[in-house]
Ligand binder design. Sequence first.
Ligand code: XMP
Length: 323
Amino acid sequence: SWTTGSVIEEQVAAIREQVGDKRAICGLSGGVDSAVAAALVQKAIGSQLTCVYVDHGLMRKGETEQVEKDFVAATGVQLKVVDAQERFLKALAGVSDPEEKRKIIGREFIRVFEQAQAEIIADEGPAVEFLVQGTLYPDVVESGGGTGTANIKSHHNVGGLPEDLEFQLIEPLRKLFKDEVRMVGQELGLPDEIVQRQPFPGPGLGIRIVGEVTKERLDLLREADAIAREELTAAGLDRDIWQCPVVLLADVRSVGVQGDGRTYGHPIVLRPVSSEDAMTADWSRLPYDVLAKISTRITNEVRDVNRVVLDVTSKPPGTIEWE
Ligand code: XMP
C-alpha cells in the first residue's frame, strides 16, 4: 500500500544504488516539484548532490530568499546561487512581445545553467553523471511514457534544458501526482511555504509586465504582488484559488486623483482563478471585502499605480497568464 514513508525509503535506496560514488546536479526553480526531487536525492546522497538556482531577477518578493535560506535550512543541501539579474535585464531591454520575452528568458536561463554546471563539473572530485528532474507522473504520460535518458521536456523549468545534455536522469517523482509530491515534501520536512506553493510560471514576472521589462517596473509589480498575496493569505483563501497572477499594464496609463492632485498612472490587474489542472480555469469569485482591501492597499502603497482592475475572464477564452 502507498505511504509517503515507503515511497521515500524505496527511492532513497534506488538513488543510492544508481548514483554510487558519482555526483548529481539539480536545477531548482523555486517550485514544488524540483524542491521535493532535490530534497529526496539529498536524503539519499547528501553532499554528492549540488543544486543550482538561477536568480533571473523575475521572481516575486521573498522567493529567492526562500530557496536560499528555508530550503537549505530544511535540507542542508549544497546550493549554488547564480545572480544573473543584470544579464536578464540587459537581454530583455526594449522587448515587449510576449513570445520574444519567453524565448529570451528561456535562452538566457539555459546559458547560465550550463555555465554553472560546467563550473561544478570542473571542480575536483568524482564526475557529475546525473541530473535530477522533478518529472511527475502526468508529465510522463503526456510525453508517451518514454524512460529518461537525456531528452528533457521543454515544459520543465524555464523553456527546458538542452537536449544534448549527456547526463543520466534521476526522476524520483515519476510515479507520483502533485498531491502525493506535496505529501512527500512534507514528510521530508520541507516548509509549507515551499510544499503548498501555487503554480508560478518559469519566466516569472517577466511575462506579467505587459510592455517592456525594466528594473523599476519589476520592483513595482513585486510590491503589488506581495500585497495581493499577503491579503489572500490573511483571508485564508490560498487553498481556494489555483493561483492569482498580478499583472502590470506598463504600456497603459489612466487618469486618477490621489492625495491633492491628478495622477496619470498604471493599472494593476488581479487575475484570481480556480482550476483543476490549468488546462481550463474559471475566474474566482473572491469576497468583495478582500478585493477592496487589496485595491486600497495597492493604490496607497505602490508608487505609480492608481487603479486596480479584476479580470473576470474564464479560460478559454483567456489564458491564465496575460502573456
Ligand atoms: P496559461 O497562461 O497558459 O497557463 O493558461 C497555464 C498554467 O501554466 C503556468 N505557466 C507556466 N509555467 N513555465 C511554467 O513553468 C511557463 O512558461 C509558463 N507559462 C504559464 C501558468 O502560471 C498557469 O499555472
